[in-house]
Design a protein around this ligand. Structure first.
Ligand SMILES: NC(=O)c1ccc[n+]([C@@H]2O[C@H](COP(=O)([O-])OP(=O)(O)OC[C@H]3O[C@@H](n4cnc5c(N)ncnc54)[C@H](OP(=O)(O)O)[C@@H]3O)[C@@H](O)[C@H]2O)c1
Length: 272
């Protein structure tokens, strides 16, 4: 059993990861804001990433910190930087001062990679994003890498499943970001995020940035169709077929095998 502090426990990913961490037998605290509830078996620690006084007791005594909390579903760039960079800085400082031996596992994103990649993006690729969300994540990654902590960074793809509504949001995302219907994303089911976090908690990812994805990248068009919200197709050429796709050689070398190999497998299993 590992004693874990989870941040972002009320989010799309965290609310599905926390019950799985509890089922795996871990002792879990969750940093939550306001009166947000946590599942039975977890302990709520009330606080915000901006509040160092709340973070010190939150991290004291834990063996591991799984840091998911972030802002990105907003146009408020200051809020994005405050949560993702300043908030991560505060959490790292709290851990260095109060839980220096804790393993710090941070979620990052496939969005950090450059759109001009000539193949699926690799962890060793230089990342020079300009948009606030991926740029703040690269900056937060850098802080963690330079910290005195034992760390692992998991670059998550488009995460879906367990009725989270993310696939259903794809038509609106396609309009908002002008996505080509054939634009293809690496993806992973929530169940496999738990598998990857479990590997990170074991120490196998210590000191590494690791891409996570299942076996079958999937297009925006297919995602929308599987979500029951079809969009128009297109015969316009795609600018770069590799953009959005991550290389998963490393995570496989570290022992990861997706239990949900594709979105279609999830649909067959009834776990979209
Ligand atoms: N979902 C994906 O497909 C995906 C893909 C790639 C990477 N990721 C990464 O995975 C992580 C989780 O994503 P998500 O989709 O679950 O995000 P989400 O649904 O937007 O949830 C964000 C979580 O962060 C918390 N949070 C935000 N600002 C905070 C602050 N200042 N103090 C404390 N908590 C704060 C939120 O709490 P409240 O409920 O109180 O607002 C919420 O629990 C993020 O780091 C994201 O970059 C996700």
């Amino acid at each position: 059993m590992t004693s874990i502090l989870l941040t972002g426990a009320t989010g799309l990913v965290g609310s599905r990861l926390l019950p799985r961490l509890l089922d795996a037998g871990h002792d879990c605290r969750a940093l939550v804001r306001g009166e947000a509830a946590v599942p039975p078996g977890a302990t709520a620690v009330r606080g915000d990433l901006s509040d160092p006084d709340a973070l010190a007791p939150a991290v004291t005594g834990v063996d591991a910190i799984v840091h998911l909390a972030a802002r990105f579903r907003t146009d408020d760039e200051d809020a994005i930087w405050r949560a993702n960079l300043d908030g991560t800085r505060n959490l790292i400082a709290a851990a260095e001062a109060n839980a220096p031996a804790a393993r710090f596992v941070m979620a990052s994103t496939s969005n950090v990679y450059d759109a001009g990649t000539p193949r699926p993006s690799r962890e060793s690729d230089e990342c020079t994003p300009t948009a606030a969300y991926p740029a703040s994540k690269v900056a937060a990654e850098q802080l963690l890498r330079e910290s005195r902590l034992t760390w692992a960074i998991l670059r998550l793809p488009f995460v879906y499943g367990d009725g989270d509504g993310h696939l259903e949001a794809m038509p609106a995302l396609a309009i908002r970001f002008g996505l080509h219907p054939a634009h293809t994303y690496s993806v992973a089911h929530h169940r496999d995020v738990m598998i990857a976090v479990g590997i990170a908690l074991s120490g196998a990812m210590d000191g590494r940035i690791v891409n996570l994805a299942d076996d079958a990248p999937v297009s925006v068009f297919e995602m929308a169709e599987l979500a029951g919200s079809p969009i128009e197709g297109s015969t316009e050429p795609l600018t770069n077929p590799w953009s959005g796709r991550m290389d998963t050689t490393l995570v496989r070398e570290l022992g990861f095998r997706p239990t949900v190999p594709s979105i279609r497998a999830a649909a067959r299993e009834g776990i979209l």
